[in-house]
Design a protein around this ligand. Structure first.
Ligand code: IFM
Length: 731
């Protein structure tokens, strides 16, 4: 079945910002939005590289938009090709997920009446991550005139108005290539790009021009009706994070790419992607839309993951837009990482090592709060220091201007610390990567546990340990005490750390002793952990199996969501932040999220009871984009396949249909990862047992087959699942 292409057949200028995100390409080193090569007012040509941050007020630091490499201008008899002038006679854009090539075919009549067919192709090489390529086929339909092509590098870029770069150097390398070198003005990251333009037909004259900030190669020739030109642009990019001399590295890599040529680079690209898909693809038969939207999500995750380094991780909006400024949240560990753990474990390890290298930032945050161990940043960037903005404008229905709202997540959304530990442990459980646990993971497990043991407070009156003044996953309620998710995950973190200590003692005694000694983890200390584990309050009612989301939740005002239908925005936007805080309105699953992650701790009965209680109180459609996929996975688990499919569709349309209206800010990475989980853990019913993953499929109506591979401890397992009357096949 051919279901690998995301296709657009009309050019709609108003949709450009969102479609630019949808057509993002990348290779695990960088991501580039699907901005058109010729440029338009209001377009957002963004290329973001892992780890290239610069300082900025309020948001602390952000990923910097790199000099544009995609620019490619075509002049026909002096008229510049642009789709907002003249006439677009036909148009088709397609992103081929199979090999990451973005193609646009346009039949255009210039204002002067010349008709030209243009085919643009571009890709970011997965095989050679510093290499980018654009190919343009130009065919004259009915004109005889001069054709001029201009392609180069433009350093005239900004992040929504803020310019991060200083110009260091630029110029021609030869008549067909140019280079540009820039440096971020605060962090001092040097970036070099080199670009070449090749038009192989005879009679073409190439020249390099040293336009300030935008060195350009020009190719001039003639076309007559029926004649074509094929022009190839190659770009190489390096930064001082990659090498000491990025300029030399870029020029050398460019020379190699020119020698290889477009066809060879494309072949390597296709092979590299085939290898990736061989293990990561998921096939859904009987539902083409679901099949394609999941594949698209996996494509976007795969291009955003740090494939070539371990000091960066996937930002909440991937490398595809300015949303959340390239900061990393729990979205990565809890929503995106499972896909990588099971299908691209080496990449998952890179992402977790990022949390190891940012331990110093997390330790500093804990110390600043008078606490022990590591307190991970709610929003993390290069160093692990907290980068959550403290104030942001929020728009509500009754306010025309943004109301400034204090954001407390950086101060008290603590669960991120346990989420990181959960991811480390899960990676270890699935991959059996002992080297990782010994040298990186164990320290994370122990430092996060130390944090919780120091943060829990003994309430002598109630005779329990409490965690006060937090925000749980449901961010509609802040400054709450005993958030079930936070307390449940903190307890789990302490227990898991004790297990890791046992493992170290039995398997790596010397290393374990050294680590425990360094962190001051005496037996008395570990006994204190056990006391916290035993006494930590979880508002579980054995009579009803309900868990109270936080102390006092049951007293909040109940809201009948139906009374606000139809609506197009969240209940928080309708009622305001303060009123919502007083109501039982959840932005996203909270208790249910706990039950989802710790499915071996809580019973099926607890899951059913809490599902029925909390789902009608959760603003799944308009609350957080992190909600629908998890609701889908859980609904499938409890056997409500209709609801599960409804939530799955909601998640699947998040970016492809822009159903939240904010895809222009970037791909919702957590939703993409959540979709994989909804399919594999939800509909596939995969659960990890002591003997490895086992499937208990519950496929939605119409799905005739669900097939995927999972890697467990180095062994690849093939799951080929059918409706209940067919036996699941596991190889
Ligand atoms: O991490 C999420 C959070 O759970 C809800 N608000 C958006 C964040 C980034 O996606």
């Amino acid at each position: 079945m051919e279901n690998w292409k995301i296709v657009e057949e009309t050019f709609v200028p108003d949709l450009m910002p969102y479609r630019e995100t949808v057509y993002t390409i990348g290779n695990g080193y960088l991501g580039t939005r699907g901005t058109f090569e010729e440029g338009y007012a209001g377009r957002s040509p963004v290329t973001l590289l892992h780890g290239v941050f610069n300082d900025l007020a309020i948001v602390h630091t952000e990923l910097v938009n790199a000099p544009t490499w995609i620019d490619f201008h075509v002049y026909i008899g002096g008229a510049r090709f642009r789709m907002d002038q003249g006439e677009v006679l036909s148009y088709r854009r397609e992103l081929d997920l199979r090999n990451g090539v973005l193609t646009r075919t346009v039949l255009w009549r210039s204002p002067a009446g010349s008709t030209v067919q243009l085919i643009f192709e571009r890709f970011a090489s997965l095989a050679s991550p510093h290499i980018l390529a654009v190919r343009c086929h130009i065919t004259s339909v009915d004109f005889s005139s001069a054709v001029e092509l201009r392609a180069g590098i433009s350093g005239i870029v900004d992040n929504e108005g803020y310019r991060h770069w200083q110009l260091l150097d630029q110029g021609p390398v030869d008549s067909q290539s140019v280079h540009l070198q820039v440096r971020t003005n605060a962090t001092g990251v040097v970036l070099s790009e080199a670009a070449a333009l090749h038009v192989s037909q005879p009679g073409i004259v190439h020249s390099a021009r040293d336009c300030l900030w935008a060195p350009t190669v020009i190719a001039e020739g003639q076309l007559a009706p029926g004649q074509s030109l094929v022009a190839d642009k190659f770009v190489a990019i390096y930064t001082s994070r990659d090498t000491k001399d990025p300029a030399a590295a870029a020029v050398e890599a460019l020379a190699q790419a020119r020698d290889s040529g477009y066809a060879e680079l494309l072949e390597a690209q296709t092979e590299a992607w085939a290898l990736l898909w061989e293990r990561s693809n998921v096939v859904i038969e009987g539902d083409e839309e679901a099949d394609l939207s999941l594949r698209y999500a996996l494509f976007q995750l795969s291009i955003a993951a740090p494939r070539f380094e371990e000091r960066a991780s996937i930002p909440a909006k991937t490398l595809s837009g300015y949303g959340y400024r390239g900061h990393v949240f729990w979205d990565t560990e809890i929503f995106m990482l499972p896909f990588f753990i099971y299908t691209q474990p080496a990449v998952a390890r890179n992402m977790l090592e990022y949390r190891y290298w940012t331990l110093p930032g997390a330790r500093q945050k804990a110390t600043k709060e008078g606490l022990e161990g590591a307190m991970y940043a709610w929003e993390s960037a290069e160093t692990g220091a907290e980068t959550t903005p403290r104030w942001i404008p929020v728009w509500t229905q009754d306010k025309e201007e943004g109301e400034l709202v204090r954001i407390w997540c950086g101060d008290i959304e603590l669960h991120i610390t346990a989420d990181v530990a959960y991811a480390v442990y899960n990676y270890w459980r699935v991959t059996g990567d002992e080297d990782f646990m010994r040298y990186y993971g164990a320290e994370i497990m122990l430092e996060t546990a130390r944090f919780w043991a120091s943060r829990a407070e003994w309430n002598a009156e109630r005779q329990v340990y409490e965690i006060c003044d937090v925000i749980g996953p449901d961010e509609n309620h802040d400054h709450v005490t005993n958030n079930a998710f936070t307390n449940g995950m903190a307890r789990w973190n302490l227990e898991a750390a004790l297990q890791v200590i046992e493992w170290l003692r039995s398997n790596h005694t010397q290393h374990g002793d050294e680590l425990l000694g360094r962190l001051g983890l005496t037996d008395t200390r570990l006994d204190q952990w056990r006391t916290v584990i035993e006494g930590l309050y979880i508002g579980f009612d054995p009579g009803t199996s309900l868990i109270e989301q936080f102390s006092g939740f049951y007293e909040l005002q109940e809201v009948l969501f139906e009374e606000y239908e139809p609506r197009t925005t969240s209940l928080q936007a309708i009622l305001g932040v303060a009123t919502t805080q007083q109501c039982q309105i959840l932005k996203q699953p909270d208790v249910l999220m706990l039950l989802y992650l710790l499915d071996d701790v809580y019973t099926e009965e607890a899951l059913h009871a809490n599902w029925s209680y909390y789902t009608p109180k959760t603003d799944v459609t308009y609350g957080s984009s992190l909600g629908p996929a998890i609701q889908a996975a859980l609904a499938a688990r409890i056997g409500d396949l209709e609801q599960a499919y409804h939530f799955f569709e909601l998640a699947a349309g998040t970016d492809l249909l822009d159903n939240r209206g904010n895809t222009s800010e970037g791909i919702h990475g957590a939703t993409a990862g959540g979709l994989w989980q909804a399919v594999v853990f939800g509909f596939g019913g995969v659960r990890l047992t002591p003997d490895g993953p086992v499937a208990e499929p519950r496929l939605p109506a119409g799905w005739t087959r669900l097939a995927f591979k999972l890697c467990y401890r180095g062994e690849w397992l093939e799951f080929d699942l059918r409706q209940p009357d067919d036996e699941p096949l596991i190889h």
